[in-house]
Design a protein around this ligand. Structure first.
Ligand SMILES: Cc1cc2nc3c(=O)[nH]c(=O)nc-3n(C[C@H](O)[C@H](O)[C@H](O)COP(=O)(O)OP(=O)(O)OC[C@H]3O[C@@H](n4cnc5c(N)ncnc54)[C@H](O)[C@@H]3O)c2cc1C
Length: 460
């Protein structure tokens, strides 16, 4: 019998364990993680020169460190960015716990520099963005890079091992619940782990499983929007001035043609484009290193869609679109902006004439208009034109590459009380899997917060 079982060894689960231990070193805690240990996490695709080899458990998403291990390691410090935690625990507490999470990252070696916190520099860019028809969101961030994120999450494991049991390659299949009180979990191998409290933090890779389990337990959930778009890759020099000042400019644009919300997401100065594997589908993402730099900058342009009644399956919709890209290519399609506008496919030869040498060289040159709906493509092209007014050179027909599909499948949002507890007593849900966060700092903050709540409850 444990005091606490934590499901998932990503940032939310890790920070929850750190908080529990800080509050009470005598608690018996186990973390169950379905993926490999962090040191054994390798994406085999690169070695085989493939985009994705469709492993049973994706090493990019799963294993100690969760999706955080290969993330770009941008710690967003504004409580309005990176999730909806403030709607669950209040804006003030979100701010307070993001600050605490940031202090923990710093303690484990995150760089001291914060980008985007100088009011004069922000004002300069806010004005320019406004004149170009876009809204610039305040986004102070600390950047760790994938290499440092990986090291920091490894150090956390070594620290936690002193007080916490950690079991990798152990997939939780179900929650044990009696009289609406959680009693523990059962793994896929049939092993039971009984506990007074269960904190579930399965991330996006465990979101479908969580949805099924919570539906079985009659725990209410509601949909989040789906974000679909492309990853844009350009010569790093084009965005050098703005990324040097802000690192990640978060720009919002409302399209003229469709009145849709379009935004930039996950800017990676001198970074790399990479693939992800989600529910058997290959999609595209980006990251960068602290130590190693490329000649290109990449960022996503995403269009948010919040479907209304009667349609209830936004994730299925996103998957169907991403599936089209997988069907006509080896997973990811890359196209020059000029080819898209001219209505023709890109070829290896046309791409070789671009100033940008693709950092995802195995993407298939093709035509994104066979994949993405007109509405989404039109929104993306409009936003690139607006961005070109702010950062000349972004709307380059020859040198701007677009990779598709980038999709953000936000998990359904679990109905939680202000303790992040579900309607089943002592069953808590945190992080991206619960649909209340979508980034490192809020996931970590939700873990720290619930660690505090649970340690107080176990004291009484
Ligand atoms: C390429 C990439 C770049 C990113 N860059 C950034 C960035 O720069 N800044 C930022 O803020 N965010 C970034 N993110 C997002 C960030 O990584 C996530 O928001 C964060 O990791 C969420 O933390 P989490 O603990 O909720 O979930 P996760 O990190 O997804 O961890 C959940 C863990 O639970 C495990 N699990 C799932 N189901 C089960 C089960 N049934 N039993 C046992 N274990 C289970 C999974 O294997 C996984 O290890 C990036 C993500 C990716 C993929």
């Amino acid at each position: 019998m444990y005091d606490v079982v934590i499901v998932g060894g990503g940032p939310a689960g890790i920070f929850c364990a750190l908080s529990l231990i800080e509050n009470n070193q005598n608690l018996s805690i186990i973390i169950l993680e379905k993926g490999y240990d962090i040191t054994d996490r390798r994406c085999p695709a690169k070695k085989l020169n493939k985009l994705c080899v469709r492993c049973n458990v994706c090493n990019i998403y799963s294993g100690w460190g969760g999706a955080g291990a290969f993330s770009d390691g941008k710690i967003t410090l504004d409580p309005e960015i990176g999730g909806w935690l403030s709607q669950v625990i209040s804006i003030e507490k979100t701010r307070q716990y993001i600050k605490k999470a940031d202090e923990v990252f710093l303690k484990y070696g995150a760089p001291r520099k914060v980008y985007g916190d100088d009011p004069d520099i922000f004002e300069k860019w806010r004005r320019r963005a406004s004149l170009a028809g876009m809204k610039l969101q305040k986004n102070p961030i600390r950047h760790m890079g994938s290499d440092l994120s990986f090291n920091i999450l490894s150090h956390m494991k070594n620290e936690l091992k002193k007080n916490v049991e950690i079991k990798v390659m152990t997939e939780v299949e179900s929650f044990i619940v009696e009289n609406n009180i959680v009693k523990g979990v059962k793994t896929r191998d049939g092993e039971s782990f009984l506990s007074k409290v269960v904190v579930t933090a399965p991330g996006r890779s465990g979101a479908s499983w969580l949805r099924r389990e919570f539906t079985r337990l009659n725990i209410p959930m509601k949909r989040n929007p789906i974000d679909l778009g492309v990853r844009v890759e350009i010569p790093a020099e084009v965005m050098e001035e703005i990324t040097r000042d802000l690192y990640e400019p978060k720009l919002k644009y409302v399209s003229k043609r469709f009145d849709d919300n379009v935004r930039t997401f996950c800017v990676n100065p001198r970074g790399e484009v990479l693939t992800e594997f989600f529910e058997n589908i290959v999609t595209v993402n980006g990251h960068s290193y602290n130590s190693h730099k490329t000649d290109n900058t990449n960022f996503a342009i995403l269009v948010s869609t919040d479907f209304t009644e009667p349609f209830k399956e936004p994730i299925e919709y996103g998957l169907s679109i991403a599936k089209l890209a997988n069907l006509i290519s080896n997973g990811v399609v890359v196209q020059r902006l000029g080819d898209l506008i001219q209505g023709r496919r890109s070829t290896h030869e046309r791409i070789s004439r671009s100033l940008v040498s693709p950092t995802l060289p195995d993407a298939t040159p093709g035509d994104l208009s066979f994949i993405l709906p007109y509405r989404i493509l039109s929104n993306i092209v409009e936003m690139l034109k607006a961005m070109d007014k702010l950062v000349p050179g972004i709307f380059s027909k020859q040198d701007t590459l677009l990779y598709g599909v980038e999709a953000k499948f936000y998990s359904s949002r679990v109905e939680l009380n202000s303790n992040c507890e579900t309607t089943v007593k002592n069953l808590f849900a945190i992080g991206d899997g619960a649909g209340i966060t979508r980034g490192l700092s809020q996931a970590a903050a939700s873990g720290l917060y619930v660690g505090q709540v649970v340690s107080e409850r176990l004291r009484t």
